[in-house]
Design a protein around this ligand. Structure first.
Ligand code: ADP
Ligand code: MG
Length: 587
């Protein structure tokens, strides 16, 4: 829902640290208008009335009129300086605020949990952050340059005119109010149209980003035509929304122009008639006209200012929604100190489902002793990765609890929890940074020697050395420049470097050929020493030597025991094993 107060809460949050600069903008604007608009209009009046004054000689009129030019020049100069100073104050404070908005958005986005990112396109998030920054700039500039200037201009012109002609002042004020109300009415309607436009824009950005991310899929499946068709659907939707918004503005401009022209004609006729009755002098005529032109100039911007303002607010709204969205996985306000040193893991009556109704795990129980090596097997979709995600608290359990060393994982901070676990996920994504940075990421202040050591253990050293820039080579967005196996080895090296009592490998070697895997296996054995380990693997030979193998089916443990025991049972595991060793690949 669109709500001013919610959005302004954030706008104020960003302005607050610089409120002195912000409010001084309003004072500077006041000074500028008094000097440039109001005072000069009044001096015009004096010059013209002096020139028209038939009671004194032409010579005297000449000198007197010239005298008024001096304050006029001073007013121009002062207002010029004020304008420049105002711009400087504005830019200086604005550049700081915009930076803070980026920082704030970054920080807020990073605290959102795993589930949030599953449901949001990265591309549209980037666009939303950029739009928020742009919105703030727009809102700020419109508040200071348009709204405030119009209010000041209307009030000060009316007051100045009041002393010359009450009738003119009254007409002036009434018309300004009438015009503003009409404008407001239009703007209210436009909010809805603008919301739709913003939504269409986000959708287009999302599809564009998704297609770019999936470029290889599109090429492999020759899906360009299909994708382009889908893209054209969203771009057409955006076109329609945009056209609707512009058409609306067109109608509004027509009405505005009509209101202005009629008032223009009306005020001219009124002034001529007032003059003919001797109620105003030619000087007042000119002064009122100068004010009128000044106001017309600004008030025309009122409606576009208001609509841009609303447009900016609707843009900002999208990001505010994200700021206010519940963070699914939260740290306790007063978290416990972590006591997770040994690595005893216990799942107690854990139930969990990504969507309500459908439980992936229900009443799941599993205890893993300190230093125990566990292999998790089961068909794809049986919930293996889910178990690791719950352990890492990417998402919270629906009921039950998970303990590490007797401590509920939701009682410590997520940082503390994850510090205790070294994790290699099913799909490793790397930063678009050097290999060295990617490996060293798991340990602050890791030395080059440590990084190379870890890479050697993960059998990554050789391929890294053969790259053009060795350890300084960049890996491309998400690590795209590496093969799946290379990426996985980098991820393994990264995990190896991390000093944690628990090790979780989720199909960490799935992209490796059997030979490389056999090599790494030695390193893993080394790595697993003294660590509680959970290994998920399709290739059963990988987990053959584990202390205990848990066989999972539809979120339930159907068998457990070591390799030998399970083969003797001749059940689920034995069946899988026979199929794999019997020359079948898997499942
Ligand atoms: P495994 O790792 O054993 O192959 P997962 O634990 O990844 O299986 O998945 C278990 C079930 O949960 C599957 O049915 C899968 O479709 C579902 N699932 C996994 N991740 C999500 C998610 N982010 N949102 C919704 N459902 C999910
Ligand atoms: Mg999985």
């Amino acid at each position: 829902m669109f709500s001013f107060s919610r959005i302004f809460k954030y706008i104020w949050l960003f302005i607050k640290p610089y409120k002195t600069a912000f409010f001084s903008l309003f004072f500077l604007a006041l000074g500028r208008i008094l000097f440039s608009g109001i005072l000069t209009g009044y001096l015009y009046k004096n010059i013209i009335d002096t020139l028209n004054n038939t009671l004194i000689s032409i010579q005297d009129r000449y000198h007197l009129a010239l005298l008024f030019v001096i304050p006029m020049a001073v007013a121009f100069v002062i207002s010029m300086f004020m304008t420049r100073y105002m711009e400087w104050v504005n830019f200086r404070y604005l550049s700081k605020v915009l930076k803070n908005i980026y920082d704030y958005s970054f920080q807020r986005l990073m605290t959102h949990s795993y589930g949030f990112y599953n449901n949001t396109f990265a591309g549209s998030l980037v666009a939303k952050v950029k739009r928020l920054v742009k919105s703030f700039e727009t809102v700020n500039n419109i508040m200071v340059n348009t709204f405030w200037s119009i209010i000041l201009m209307v009030i000060s012109s009316t007051v100045a005119l009041y002393f010359q002609s009450k009738t003119l002042a009254l007409y002036f004020l009434v018309w300004c109010i009438f015009y503003s109300i009409i404008t407001l009415f239009f703007v209210k309607q436009k909010i809805k149209i603008d919301m739709q436009r913003a939504e269409a824009d986000s959708r287009m950005t999302g599809v564009l980003a998704d297609s770019i991310t999936n470029i290889s899929n599109i090429k492999v499946f020759s899906a360009f035509t299909k994708e382009f068709y889908a893209f054209k659907e969203v771009s057409t939707f955006l076109k329609d929304r945009r056209y609707a918004a512009w058409k609306f503005s067109l109608n509004r401009h027509a009405l505005q122009a009509f209101l202005m022209t009629s008032f223009h004609i009306f005020i001219l006729m009124t002034m001529i008639s007032l003059w003919s009755r001797g109620e105003i002098t030619v000087g007042v005529f000119v002064m009122a006209y100068v004010y009128f032109i000044g106001i017309i100039d600004r008030i025309w911007d009122l409606s576009s200012g208001l609509t841009n303002f609303m447009e900016a607010l609707t843009d900002a709204q999208e990001m505010v929604d994200i700021f206010e969205q519940n963070i699914e996985v939260k740290d306790l306000v007063v978290p416990e100190n972590s006591r997770m040193k040994e690595g005893v893991i216990e799942f107690k009556n854990v139930s969990f489902g990504y969507i309500e109704e459908v439980d992936v795990l229900s009443n799941f129980n599993l205890k893993i002793e300190k230093g125990e090596k566990i292999g998790l097997v089961g068909h794809s979709g049986s919930g293996k990765s889910t178990i690791t995600k719950l352990l890492l608290r990417f998402t919270d359990v629906n009921s039950g609890e998970i303990l590490i060393d007797g401590q509920n994982i939701s009682n410590v901070t997520q940082d503390d929890l994850r510090r205790a676990i070294s994790y290699v996920p099913q799909e490793s994504i790397l930063f678009h940074r050097s290999i060295k940075e990617n490996i060293g990421y798991s340990k602050d202040g890791a030395t080059d020697e440590e990084i190379i050591e870890a890479a050697k253990k993960a059998h990554a050293h050789n391929f890294i050395e053969s790259m053009s820039h060795g350890y300084d080579s960049l890996v491309g967005e998400r690590g795209i420049k590496l093969s799946g196996g290379e990426r996985q080895r980098v991820a393994i090296a990264r995990a190896m470097l991390k000093p944690a009592p628990i090790l979780v490998l989720d199909e960490a070697t799935s992209s490796l050929d059997s030979v490389s895997e056999a090599f790494i296996q030695d390193a893993f054995n080394e790595l697993m020493k003294n660590k509680t380990t959970i290994v998920i693997a399709h290739r059963l030979s990988t987990i053959q030597k584990m202390d205990r193998i848990i066989v999972l089916d539809k979120g339930k443990i159907v068998e457990e025991g070591n390799h030998k025991e399970l083969l003797e049972k001749n059940g689920f595991y034995a069946n899988l094993w026979n199929r794999q060793t019997g020359g079948f690949l898997e499942e």
